[in-house]
Design a protein around this ligand. Structure first.
Ligand SMILES: [Zn+2]
Length: 422
């Protein structure tokens, strides 16, 4: 997306001449770029996450920096699907992401396999189960389960299927639920495919599959940190804004999960906030951190708090932004019930300024990168938007579907809160 280079430079120049409060067009351009094929869904195949981190570094340089942007590297083990992702059921090719997802812990496979349709009554029959597991009766085969079977023994077996009780080559789990993907830092010794019930025939007779899988044991990921110094020369504590830059990456070479809402939106908003504060300096220092490997289990933020170049005791307040793409009904604030004074101020600013329909408080939750800071005693909020948008960890979380409703109002609320609320 080289053509983006010039327009962004222009916007950067505009920002330095006018007090632009927010710039939703700039934010949309950044979201488009971060979701483009060049960044591979900001995962671990073709170093999509690292390329996205370098893209963010370039945007910061375009806006202007007073000290070098810091690239803070760390390593993790992660399971990847970099190549073939071909699955045929009864001779018909299934579409990855649309018809099925692979369990992120899965191993690879290549062949044509016999299929066993697992009967629910077997699950409650101890002798049958002993025979099937002790003799590895399904070795080298694919075993088919249906997720919506009303049978407690069957459901218990299904919830432990990643332990591969039958020493099978793989499992097909037919599901009525939305296909929601994720990332795994470990791997198992079989393939698990979750297949949309509407996309396969009632009876599965044969499966031919080639899945290329690679476990990266020492993947080098990175956090990105940029600091703007405040106007006060006293030792005021810093304001910190964070967002995760990574997403889920590739499910096979031909398919990636773009992550427009999660979290190209928050990453882009962080750049917009950086642009705003670059020309509108508050008294205290403002620190911006884009984390890697959030989707792999808050790995980047956990690494940061253990090795912070910024003493955690010097953080006045931290605001983490994730899923900023549709504030039609407003925002929810994780830790709003913990820091109730802060939440009260946020809420009253919202009412006084007539901004969002709802600003809702939640208790603590380990659901994004604020949490490792919270565990270390750093006062923090995690803000996410709420509206009609339902695409999450799937192939449809893409820029053309993301409405960015009420973006300007959320931006204004956050800036006003940072000025008057902390
Ligand atoms: Zn996220």
């Amino acid at each position: 997306m080289k053509f983006l280079h010039f327009p962004i430079a222009c916007i950067g120049l505009l920002a330095s001449h006018a007090a632009v409060s927010q710039n939703v067009e700039y934010v949309k351009t950044i979201i488009d770029s971060l979701c483009a094929p060049a960044y591979h869904g900001r995962g671990y195949v073709d170093q999509g996450d690292v390329k996205a981190a370098k893209f963010i570094e370039r945007q910061l340089d375009e806006i202007g920096t007073e000290q070098p942007v810091e690239m803070l590297g760390f390593t993790l083990g992660v399971n990847t699907f970099p190549g073939k992702m071909d699955v045929n059921v009864n001779g018909k090719a299934l579409i990855p992401g649309a018809d099925y997802i692979i369990d992120p812990k899965s191993s690879g496979c290549n062949g044509t396999y016999d299929v066993v349709n697992f009967k629910p009554k077997w699950a409650g029959d101890q002798k049958k189960m002993f025979d099937l597991t002790s003799t590895a009766a399904f070795k080298g085969q694919f075993v088919v389960f249906k997720e919506n079977v009303d049978n407690a023994d069957y459901q218990t077996l299904l919830s432990n299927i990643d332990k591969n009780p039958f020493k099978a080559a793989g499992y097909i789990i037919i599901t009525d639920k939305k296909l929601t993907w994720s990332v795994s830092r470990s791997m198992i010794d079989c393939v698990i495919l979750r297949v949309d019930a509407n996309k396969v025939p009632k009876k599965i007779k044969s499966i031919t599959a080639q899945v290329d899988q690679h476990f990266e044991s020492k993947y080098q990921a990175t956090n990105v940190m940029a600091t703007l110094s405040g106007t006060s020369d006293s030792s005021m504590k810093s304001l910190v804004f964070t967002a995760h830059l990574d997403h889920l990456g590739h499910m096979g070479a031909a398919t990636y999960i773009p992550g427009a809402n999660d979290n190209a939106s928050g990453s882009a908003m962080l750049l917009d906030l950086y642009q705003y504060y670059y020309t509108n300096r508050p008294e205290r220092d403002v620190v911006f951190i884009w984390f890697g490997a959030e989707e792999a289990g808050l790995v980047g933020s956990r690494h940061f708090v253990e090795n912070s170049p910024l003493p955690l005791s010097e953080i006045q307040f931290l605001i983490n932004l994730d899923l900023m793409g549709d504030a039609k009904t407003g925002i929810t604030v994780v830790n709003g019930k913990v820091y109730d004074d802060h939440f009260g101020k946020l809420s009253s600013i919202n009412i006084e300024q007539g901004l969002l329909e709802t600003v809702k408080a939640r208790g603590p939750a380990a659901n994004s990168d604020h949490h490792p800071f919270y565990e270390k005693g750093v006062p923090c909020f995690f803000i996410y938007t709420t509206g009609d948008y339902t695409h999450y960890h799937d192939i449809d979380d893409k820029p053309e579907n993301l409405p960015m409703t009420n973006y300007g109002k959320v931006f204004k609320l956050i800036v006003e809160f940072a000025q008057f609320g902390i």
